[in-house]
Design a protein around this ligand. Structure first.
Ligand code: SF4
Length: 360
């Protein structure tokens, strides 16, 4: 494992230009007596050439570069820790303009490079297995702060002439609790003049905010959709995920069926295996029954031990047994490969560690 740590200094509080979608940037230019076509040139500098300074946008007039500089920052993220795992996974800890920190993970697969982004500082959902929720929600990220995470990862890959090929919104925070910023982010990274990451290479995951599932279904995107399920029945899910008390399992499954009917796409269910809690044969049987007839895929996730929580890993044989039961019932299932095992790879661990050090 290789770790790089930078001194923290506050970065500028001007809004990030990454927050503007192409049309918004055109409108901003018109409002500032500039030509709308400049928006495409600016997008090219931001997302294709990935410059870090407005002064490097050499085909823009100096007066426009000055206006941009006066009104925006390019990125508002400052890298304070960068850990590289033996398997190539890179975990970043970024500081925001107001001193909060967030995590982003760049995973290296045989089939490409995937970025896991954070959407909030902390989280208010309160899943009992999650370190990210321990300090509650501090604030939402704006769309520019989410976009900047992908750009930072792409800049790291530029050194080896590689590209970010997929994005998962599964880092810290509940994306549907920050819906509009998440949607702005999706539009920018998907835009062909933006980062041009195909919708089918983007995955958004929710803990189950049911009204937003209906809203997202009605957006009718081709983006992959995942639900953090983690339990096959109401009682167990309420114990693991308090959101289940606000939006019950039957309500959740009804909204998932609506999503599938509306989009024609299958959904993924994330199922973390917690030793002795939800990983028994009877749970697998119950899960297969719950998902019967639903066009879906199940991702089994052997959880990392979270120091602040009591959950332990499921033994290897039992993971395979759980998978086998689902397969025998015709459920499409895979066991998720783990990344960055030698770094603080579980959601929120790096940030939690940093916070502990800050309070020492
Ligand atoms: S698992 Fe996700 S939704 Fe649940 S508390 Fe953690 S960050 Fe929030």
């Amino acid at each position: 494992m290789e770790t790089t740590t930078n001194q923290t200094t506050k970065v500028e509080a001007k809004p990030s230009i990454y927050s503007l979608q192409l049309e918004e940037l055109k409108n901003w230019l018109k409002d500032h007596e500039e030509k709308a076509f400049r928006a495409e040139q600016i997008y090219d500098w931001l997302y294709k050439k990935r410059v870090s300074l407005f002064e490097d946008m050499s085909n823009l007039p100096k007066s426009l570069r000055d206006k941009l500089e006066h009104n925006f920052a390019i990125t508002t993220l400052k890298t304070i820790i960068q850990q590289t795992s033996k398997d190539g996974t890179i975990k970043f800890l970024f500081e925001l303009h107001d001193g909060y920190s967030i995590e982003t993970v760049l995973m290296r697969h045989d089939y490409g490079n995937s970025v896991c982004v954070t959407t909030q500082v902390g989280c208010r959902i309160g899943c009992t297995f999650c370190a990210s929720t321990l300090g509650g929600l501090k604030r939402h990220l704006d769309s520019g702060e989410i976009v900047a995470q992908v750009v930072k990862c792409q800049q790291a890959l530029d050194e080896t002439d590689e590209r970010v090929s997929s994005v998962v919104i599964m880092g810290i925070g509940e994306p549907f609790d920050n819906y509009d910023n998440m949607l702005g982010f999706l539009k920018t990274i998907n835009h062909e003049q933006g980062l041009n990451i195909g919708a089918r290479h983007i995955t958004v995951s929710t803990s189950g905010i049911v009204p937003k599932i209906y809203q997202f279904a009605d957006e009718n995107t081709q983006i992959n959709f995942a639900i953090s399920l983690h339990a096959p029945n109401t009682e167990l899910r309420s114990r693991l995920m308090p959101i289940n008390r606000a939006y019950s399992l039957p309500e959740l499954m009804k909204s998932v069926r609506y999503y599938i009917n509306k989009t024609g796409r299958r959904v993924s269910f994330e199922y973390g295996l917690f030793g002795g809690v939800n990983d028994q044969a009877e749970h697998a049987e119950e899960l297969a029954k719950l998902l019967k007839g639903i066009k879906c895929h199940v991702n089994l996730i052997p959880v990392n031990y979270v120091p602040e929580r009591d959950y332990v890993r499921t033994p290897r044989d039992q993971i395979f047994e759980f998978e086998k039961i689902l397969k025998n019932h015709g459920v499409n299932v895979t066991i998720r490969r783990e990344h960055g095992h030698d770094i603080d790879a579980a959601c929120g661990q790096l940030r939690a560690k940093e916070r502990q050090e800050e309070t020492r």
